[in-house]
Design a protein around this ligand. Structure first.
Ligand SMILES: Cc1cc2nc3c(=O)[nH]c(=O)nc-3n(C[C@H](O)[C@H](O)[C@H](O)COP(=O)(O)OP(=O)(O)OC[C@H]3O[C@@H](n4cnc5c(N)ncnc54)[C@H](O)[C@@H]3O)c2cc1C
Length: 479
């Protein structure tokens, strides 16, 4: 990793705008902003800027524009595709961290709206909603670190998408500092607003390439007073998808999560906590959650549904959570396996999506591909089955060190993308494109799609200073 030196003049100019506490340019001060959560990606920067207000973001962006400095917006740095890390250290870029913009601006329980600075940690937003007996349903393993601005910029998903949708469905308004420093404020509190183009949607999922999100306005929901969770054992992924289809009808619209976990993933969860014991013994596990804010007897509904599924031998084993604490233990397994993978070190990480009915085919073909062409590697399949989203990850043999494992991992990833493309699926259901997938993403676009995406980028960021290298292979190709 190379950290390029910053000239004293540029440093002084940045400090004049942001104060000394708003700029880090030494290796120690910048270190935690230059490596991501996974430990997979490291980068460089001239400096890390930490504006403390929207006006400071505007001033910093204007100054960077004048100096010709590329800007990399950064939230909680939990993204998994190097979107907030400049892994191409030949560029002169500054990271702009939103961490000091961290105030909840408004919780309006009557209108079910919350407004927050972009740097608010997702968990703090969820807590603020809960304090007013409301729910902000975006829920993901990284919620203790990721920021709502990062969630918006990456159109985050998570475990409750099935019921409430992705960030794109949960955001009512955005406030964005554009690459020329001007502020676009799209807060309105309106659930419905059909006046022309919906500009916020252009910025949601744009991965920091069109501007810096400084504020987010989100929808709240009544807090579900009743939640029932069960951990199930099934014979196959086919059975899990049949169960999901039946649960969609049998449990009405009350399903808030339907996660599938291949039993092989238990080893990963145990890397985090060796005491974790799977509640069931079966090749495939399902974590199902029903919830409601109304006085509905969810327990009877779930028990009756599962009794029917067991009679038909669809479910071979079932454990119902007897308390919130037991439900939490079930979720610890799901979250632990993700952490366990990170502990295991470098591995192939994907977030594929296919039509829900194609999930068993995707997993079967991917497992066969790994077994035949990369024997000794360990496939792990789990994911948000209710959204057709599978994380098919592959761990290297324990005795295969980097960089050999990375080189082979690149081949495995390409093979998995071929399988998902042949099924008409997506190479990214949640994590986005970042700097790790931009070539394959770009290569898969039709000429007209490229033209539209390039036109938008050029119109909003004509100098190409906003997060170069992310989403687009390079600025020259955007023409
Ligand atoms: C344990 C774990 C579990 C995860 N689970 C899920 C999951 O279930 N679903 C899911 O979708 N993702 C998941 N992720 C990925 C990640 O947490 C999300 O993508 C999250 O939304 C990123 O938010 P962040 O604040 O960390 O953004 P960062 O990682 O800092 O940035 C992500 C991208 O957004 C841009 N960006 C960040 N903030 C701003 C801003 N204010 N303005 C403009 N651009 C900005 C960056 O430039 C970058 O391109 C998981 C990650 C981990 C580590």
């Amino acid at each position: 990793m190379t950290i390029h030196g910053i000239s004293p003049d540029v440093l002084a100019a940045l400090e004049r705008v942001l104060g000394q506490s708003g700029v880090a340019a030494d290796a120690a001060g910048m270190a935690r902003y230059l490596g991501d959560w996974s430990g997979d990606h490291h980068g460089g920067a001239l400096a890390v800027l930490k504006p403390a207000s929207v006006a400071e973001v505007q001033a910093a962006v204007r100054l960077c524009g004048t100096l010709g400095l590329a800007m990399i917006p950064q939230g909680g740095n939990t993204g998994l595709v190097a979107g907030a890390i400049d892994i191409d250290t030949s560029r002169s870029a500054v990271v702009i961290s939103l961490e000091r913009l961290n105030k909840i601006r408004l919780v309006d329980a009557d209108n079910l709206i919350l407004q927050a600075d972009a740097g608010c940690i997702l968990q703090h937003i969820k807590d603020a909603a809960e304090s007013q007996d409301c729910l902000f349903p975006l829920a993901l393993g990284a919620q203790g670190s990721c920021q709502i601005g990062g969630n918006a910029a990456s159109n985050a998903g998570g475990v409750n998408v099935l019921r409430y949708g992705m960030a794109r469905d949960l955001i009512v308004g955005l406030e964005v500092v554009l690459p020329d420093g001007e502020l676009w404020s799209g807060f309105s509190g309106l659930r419905k607003d059909n006046r022309g183009y919906d500009l916020k949607q252009i910025f949601i999922g744009s991965e920091g390439t069109l501007g810096i999100i400084t504020g987010v306005e989100v929808k709240l929901f009544p807090k579900p007073g009743r939640v029932e969770t069960a951990y199930l054992g099934l014979a196959s992924f086919e059975a899990a998808i049949t169960l999901f289809r039946q649960a969609r009808r049998g449990c009405s619209d009350l399903i808030s999560a339907f996660e599938i976990i291949g039993s092989e993933c238990m080893e990963l969860a145990r890397l985090v906590d060796p005491n974790i014991v799977a509640p069931v013994t079966a090749p495939v596990h399902v974590l199902i959650e029903l919830s409601s804010s109304a006085a509905i007897d969810l327990r009877t509904l779930l028990v009756d549904f599962l009794a029917g599924a067991m009679e038909k031998h669809l479910v071979t084993d079932a454990v119902l959570a007897e308390s919130g604490a037991q439900a939490k233990v079930f979720w610890t397994i799901r979250e632990g396996l993700v952490e366990g993978q990170a502990k295991r070190g470098y591995h192939v990480r994907t977030d594929l999506s296919v039509r829900i009915s194609d999930i068993p085919t995707l997993i079967a073909q991917a497992r066969q591909f790994v077994a035949l062409e990369h024997p000794g590697w360990f496939p792990q399949a789990y994911g948000h089955a209710g959204d057709g989203n599978i994380h098919f990850n592959v761990l290297p043999p324990l005795d295969l060190a980097e960089p050999e494992s990375r080189a082979r991992g690149t081949e495995i990833t390409a093979g998995l993308y071929d399988i998902v493309n042949a099924l008409g699926g997506s190479i990214s259901a949640e994590h986005g494109i970042g700097r790790t997938r931009q070539r394959v993403y770009w290569a898969g676009l039709s000429p007209v799609h490229r033209r539209l995406v390039g036109t938008l980028k050029n119109a909003i960021d004509p100098d190409g200073l906003m997060n170069p290298g992310c989403l687009f292979p390079s600025t020259e190709t955007v023409s």
